[in-house]
Design a protein around this ligand. Sequence first.
Ligand code: SF4
Ligand code: SF4
Length: 83
Amino acid sequence: MSLLITEECIACDACIDECPNEAIEADDPIYMIDPDKCTECIEEGGEPSCVPACPVDCIIPDPDNVENAKELKLKAKHINKED
Ligand code: SF4
Ligand code: SF4
């Protein structure tokens, strides 16, 4: 599952450098997560590193992009190959 950023985002920039996959983009008025790049940090142990960085708790699971652990690991492998 990818995560998404809700409209509560205050565009503070705190999350962007936390993402190992460069999935977070600074957009206007709120930041965005690219569902093709978000692996839910499965490769880092499955704890999304962007979530604790957010001061307003506006990064949540995206119900339109649900994936199981196997799919997330495959996505992570694919992303790392492109690096
Ligand atoms: Fe990036 Fe991980 Fe947050 Fe997804 S959960 S946007 S991969 S930091
Ligand atoms: Fe928006 Fe939260 Fe990221 Fe700040 S940390 S830019 S409030 S999503």
